[in-house]
Design a protein around this ligand. Structure first.
Ligand SMILES: [Zn+2]
Length: 247
């Protein structure tokens, strides 16, 4: 393939723009904020599941607690009624009096058991409410981290995208000034050679594979016509001769 020396140097400019675009794309992909957002968002999901579990438990315990309070209320009412009857002097039959006193004693025991139970449930409610408060705090912290990472990511991405747009614009202006066949060859090599399709020869070293050209190869490159597009014998990249090539 033939291309005059100035065109070959322009190919290096194209390579520099493509390398810049690759670096920006890699930087965008590797932004640590992406991992932070993914990880914290997953943690928020787990936390929300936990909140649902604790709320369900709290609802169950609260229902039992209310039921106990209603029962306590019934027992109290019953005991008050019995006490009233006892104190009114209306009951004179001794058997009936004994029964009434026995029932009052039984109601008092029952009330004690129910009140112990209710206290236990009250403590359970407090414990669950405490857990919900801690989870809410943890949730707020995680959300703040997600928000901060999102803001930082968006800012950096906007900068990267603006820079990429500039490089793409330069590339769009430069590419049409190069022979299509040369660009096609360059792009084919670039894809198969880690993003570098054309490299300068600097001080006898190919800047694509960084190997020094052997005497024979160097002589062949030096002898090739200036408009001949030469390739590195080691890496097969397009090797562009410059005044610093050491030929
Ligand atoms: Zn090479």
């Amino acid at each position: 393939m033939k291309a005059d020396p100035a065109t070959q140097l322009r190919l290096l400019d194209l390579q520099a723009l493509d390398a810049g675009l690759d670096r920006l794309a890699a930087r965008r992909r590797g932004l640590p904020e992406f991992a932070v957002i993914t990880e914290r968002t997953a943690a928020l999901g787990t936390l929300d599941d936990e909140v649902v579990g604790v709320r369900t438990e709290l609802g169950d315990v609260t229902r039992v607690q209310r039921k106990l309070e209603n029962e306590i209320e019934l027992v109290r009412t019953r005991a008050a009624r019995d006490s009233q009857r006892l104190e009114s002097g209306a009951v004179t039959n001794s058997r009936e009096l004994e029964n009434l006193q026995a029932e009052l004693a039984s109601l008092a025991r029952r009330q004690g058991v129910l009140e112990d139970d209710a206290l236990e449930k009250m403590e359970a409610v407090e414990g669950l409410e405490g857990r919900l408060a801690a989870l809410a705090q943890r949730r707020a912290d995680l959300q703040a981290e997600v928000d901060a990472a999102t803001t930082a990511r968006d800012k950096t991405c906007a900068e990267i995208d603006a820079e990429s747009a500039r490089l793409r614009q330069d590339r769009a202006a430069l590419a049409p000034r190069l022979p299509e066949a040369l660009v096609t060859l360059y792009e084919r090599i670039r894809v198969s050679s880690g993003g570098v399709g054309a490299a300068p020869l600097l001080r006898r070293r190919c800047q694509g594979c960084h190997l020094e050209l052997s005497g024979g190869d160097l002589r062949a490159v030096a002898a090739a016509p200036v408009d001949e597009v030469v390739r590195c014998e080691e890496c097969r990249r397009i090797l562009v001769r410059t005044p610093e090539s050491g030929l």
